[in-house]
Design a protein around this ligand. Structure first.
Ligand SMILES: *Cc1c(COP(=O)(O)O)cnc(C)c1O
Length: 389
């Protein structure tokens, strides 16, 4: 067996170590410092937003955003079920209820035509997720939000620098949350950010992020806040990442395109097509496994890959079926057929800049071979059945 291929490896080969060492050497290792200011300014600019606030994670970025928008007990927020659980948890932390809406079969993101039926008097906002780097169809979502007086928080954790009709994800709603977890396009190990344009909302978020402290009066706390601050060390690493963002994204893009070219020829392997208006962020390659046409199901394929030292992940288990959310979803009569179908068939594949073209080809060959062998086996058994009958 050749070497192991993991799902994700951070690329820290630029100035990351130098900047982190500088932060340590300067003793500015807590949540103030030059790297923090630099990171927040550069990231805001890169997202085409007036402000960015560094946070301790993508999850705390989401919670900070919805809290600053005033989300509270009894409120409802429209969210997709096909996402990482942090999207819905941020709503739950506020004592509010995530209301799950199905995704579009083409974009795999919130289906704008299904949102209106889920809006009630309690609905306060919409939380679209740009899933696996592909933007949600935002124009109709923004129209619905305007019509019904709702806010929008984008979950852009997987869509750093993706574009919708030429506009950057993260600049399309009232606020957006990003994640810099170890497997994301930019990383500081743990970390996150909120991007936004409203100066009053920025002030409120900044206060909530720092325990609710009055910015003009130290140790005076007019409200209950959180400690969701980013450290200067994490910001230093991110400054190094931002310097190399174009080359890192370009290499990821090549990898995702090579996957597409290799996988498209395999029977029963289906790829999401980019919408004409989308410039996705090349986060993770993902394919759907059609059990009948391919020869085995997604989980069996993942096992075959694992036997060859290749890591993979099933697409997210739908949130409306997970223990914290399934009871309430059932009581609401939630039915999300597109989400269920995609979640049962989706497989995410290793994607990171250091992956070589040969690695990608080896992964695709392994998928090809697994399908071929299993289809052969099936034909044999059906022939045996026919003979027996
Ligand atoms: C990664 C991710 C987050 C945030 O994750 P953290 O681990 O808290 O940084 C939120 N939403 C989605 C869709 C994600 O993929």
């Amino acid at each position: 067996m050749a070497r192991k291929i993991p799902m994700a490896v951070p690329d820290l080969s630029g100035n990351e170590l130098r900047y982190a060492s500088e932060a340590v050497a300067s003793n500015w290792i807590s949540s103030t410092g030059d790297f923090l200011n630099r990171f927040e300014n550069e990231f805001a600019e890169a997202c085409n937003c007036d402000y960015a606030l560094g946070t301790s994670s993508g999850t705390t970025a989401l919670h900070l955003a919805v809290s600053a928008l005033g989300l509270g007990p009894g409120d409802e927020v429209i969210v997709p079920s096909l996402t990482y659980i942090a999207t819905a948890n941020a709503v739950t932390y506020c004592g509010a209820t995530p209301v799950f809406v199905d995704v579009d079969p083409n974009t795999w993101c919130l289906d704008p035509t299904k949102i209106e039926a889920a809006i009630t008097n309690q609905t306060r906002g919409i939380l679209p997720v740009h899933l696996l780097g592909h933007p949600a169809d935002m124009d109709p979502i923004v129209n619905l939000a305007v019509t019904h007086g709702l806010w929008i928080v984008e979950d852009a954790a997987e869509a750093i620098f993706a574009r919708y009709k030429g506009r950057l994800c993260g600049s399309l709603g009232n606020a957006a949350a990003f994640s810099f977890f170890g497997n994301k396009v930019l990383t500081s190990g743990e970390g996150g950010a909120v991007s936004l344009n409203d100066p009053l909302l920025q002030k409120r978020m900044s206060m909530l992020r720092g325990q609710g402290m009055d910015p003009n009066r130290r140790y005076h706390f007019p409200i209950v806040g959180f400690n969701y601050r980013m450290t200067n060390v994490a910001a230093a690493i991110l400054c190094g990442q931002l310097e190399r963002r174009h080359e890192m994204l370009a290499r990821r893009q090549e990898i995702v395109e090579l996957y597409s070219r290799e996988l498209v020829a395999i029977p029963g392997i289906i790829l999401r097509e980019d919408a004409s208006w989308a410039t996705p962020s090349p986060w993770l390659a993902c394919c759907l496994v059609h059990r009948e046409q391919f020869g085995c199901d997604r989980d069996q394929l993942a096992e075959a890959l694992r036997d060859h030292g290749i890591d993979s992940r099933p697409l997210f288990e739908p949130l409306h079926q997970l223990p914290p959310y399934r009871q309430a979803a059932r009581e609401r009569g939630t039915r999300l057929p597109v989400t269920d179908r995609l979640a049962g068939a989706g497989l995410m594949l290793p994607t990171y800049p250091q992956l070589t073209d040969d690695d990608v080809r080896a992964i695709c060959d392994c998928i090809h071979e697994t399908g071929r062998v299993n289809r052969g086996r099936r034909q044999q058994t059906s022939r045996q059945h026919r003979r027996a009958a």
